[in-house]
Design a protein around this ligand. Structure first.
Ligand SMILES: *Cc1c(COP(=O)(O)O)cnc(C)c1O
Length: 359
C-alpha cells in the first residue's frame, strides 16, 4: 500500500525520513539492545536522547539561554490551566484576544484563576479574521496577554505581534517551527506536538525563566512549571518515545536548513494552494488574504453536496482528511511542515481536474 497525502489537522503527517529512521531503530536503538520505548528514562542512553532533543529545539528556534524548554504531557489543553496557575499570580489578571475555539477554551480555564479581559473577538464573522490589535486597549497591569498564533480550525494566522509591555503567551500548537520567530518577543510559547513536532502525547513549553517559580503554594507539584524546569522534564516519567520522535523531527528540520528554509517551503506550498483557490470558479478560500494561515487552509464550493463529493473522490485518489471542521464546513487542507510541495501540487491538480469534470 502506497502512503497517502494526509491533510489531517492533527495528529498529522510526519516527515517520511523521520518515520523511516524511527523504524530502523524501533526494535534495537544503537548499542542499547532494546527499543527507546523500553528504556529507563533515567538511563544514560535516554539522557542523551532528551538532551539532544532539547539542544536541537534550541538551535532550531534560536531559544535564548534565559528560557526553559519543557517536554510535558496533558496536551495544549492542560496549558490552558497551567498558564494561569503559574503566571496569573501578581495582579491575577490576563488579557486575551479571542480568535476561535482554542482561545475560548483557554479563556474558560483562565477565568477559574483570576480576572480575564477579552479585548477583542472575531466571533462576529465566524473567526475568519484576526482582530485589529493596533486599536486595542491592553491592560497595563495584566500578568500576560494570551493569543493563538495560528487558528487551526478557521485558518487564520497572526503575521505580526501586538506591541505590549506585558509577557505574550502564545498557543503555537499549529504553526510552531513553521517559520522564523523571535522567541524573546514572548514570555511563554506552548504547543501540542501532534501538528508540527511529532506524535501526540508531548507538549512543548518554552518559558522565560522569570515566569517560572511564582506559582502559589496551593498549585500541585505536577502543575507547577518549576517542578519540571528544576528536573529537566524528568520529575516523573516523561513521554519518552514522543520526545525521541520530536528530537528526530528537530534534527530533520535542521538538516533541511533550519526554519529559514522551512519557512520558504511553507510559503511556496501556501502560494500554490491559495493561488489556485483565488483563480478557481468552483472553490474559494474562506479567509481574506491578509489573515490567511500558511498551515491550515479552509475552502468551500458553496454547495454542501459538491463538497461531500469532492472529499470522497479526493480520498479515492489518495488525498485524505480533507473534510472541513464542522464549524466552518467545506474542506480544510492542513499543510504542515511535513506535507511535501508535491502533496500540495497533487491536491491542486486534482482540484482543477474535479472542477473541469463537475462544471
Ligand atoms: C490542536 C490544538 C489545541 C489542542 O491541543 P491538545 O494537545 O489536543 O490539547 C490547542 N490549540 C491549538 C491552536 C490547536 O491547534
Amino acid at each position: 500500500m502506497k502512503r497517502v497525502y494526509n491533510f489531517s489537522a492533527g495528529p498529522s503527517v510526519l516527515p517520511e525520513k523521520v518515520l523511516e529512521k524511527a523504524a530502523s531503530e524501533l526494535v534495537n536503538f544503537g548499542e542499547a539492545g532494546m527499543s527507546v520505548m523500553e528504556m529507563s528514562h533515567r538511563s544514560a542512553d535516554y539522557q542523551v536522547i532528551i538532551d539532544e532533543a532539547e539542544a536541537n529545539c534550541r538551535k532550531l528556534m534560536g531559544i535564548p539561554d534565559n528560557y526553559k524548554v519543557l517536554f510535558l504531557q496533558g496536551g495544549a489543553s492542560l496549558q490552558f490551566a497551567m498558564i494561569p496557575m503559574n503566571l496569573m499570580v501578581k495582579n491575577k489578571k490576563a488579557d486575551f484576544i479571542d480568535t476561535g475555539a482554542w482561545s475560548s477554551k483557554a479563556i474558560k480555564e483562565a477565568k477559574l484563576f483570576g480576572e480575564v479581559n477579552v479585548l477583542a473577538s472575531s466571533k462576529d464573522e465566524n473567526y475568519s479574521y484576526i482582530p485589529d490589535f493596533e486599536k486595542l486597549d491592553f491592560s497595563k497591569d495584566a500578568d500576560y496577554l494570551h493569543i493563538v498564533s495560528n487558528n487551526t480550525i478557521y485558518g487564520t494566522e497572526y503575521s505580526e505581534l501586538p506591541k505590549v509591555d506585558v509577557p505574550i503567551v502564545a498557543d503555537m500548537s499549529s504553526n510552531i517551527m513553521s517559520k522564523e520567530i523571535n522567541v524573546s518577543d514572548y514570555g511563554l510559547i506552548f504547543a501540542g506536538a501532534q501538528k508540527n513536532i511529532g506524535p501526540a502525547g508531548v507538549t512543548l513549553v518554552i518559558v522565560r525563566e522569570d515566569l517560572v517559580g511564582n506559582a502559589p503554594d496551593n498549585v500541585t507539584t505536577m502543575l507547577n512549571y518549576k517542578t519540571h524546569a528544576d528536573k529537566g522534564s524528568m520529575f516523573n516519567t516523561p513521554p519518552t518515545y514522543g520526545i525521541y520522535m520530536a528530537g528526530l523531527v528537530f534534527k530533520h528540520l535542521l538538516e533541511l536548513g533550519g526554519l529559514k528554509e522551512v519557512e520558504k517551503i511553507n510559503a511556496k506550498k501556501a502560494e500554490i494552494l491559495y493561488d489556485y483557490l483565488d483563480s478557481s470558479e468552483m472553490f474559494s478560500a474562506t479567509v481574506k488574504k491578509e489573515f490567511r494561515s500558511k498551515m491550515n487552509v479552509p475552502f468551500v464550493t458553496g454547495d454542501a453536496e459538491l463538497d461531500k463529493k469532492f472529499v470522497a473522490e479526493a480520498k479515492e485518489a489518495g488525498l485524505v482528511n480533507l473534510k472541513g471542521h464542522r464549524s466552518v464546513g467545506g474542506m480544510r487542507a492542513s499543510i504542515y511542515n511535513a506535507m511535501p510541495v508535491e502533496g500540495v501540487q497533487t491536491l491542486v491538480d486534482f482540484m482543477a481536474d474535479f472542477e473541469r469534470k463537475n462544471k
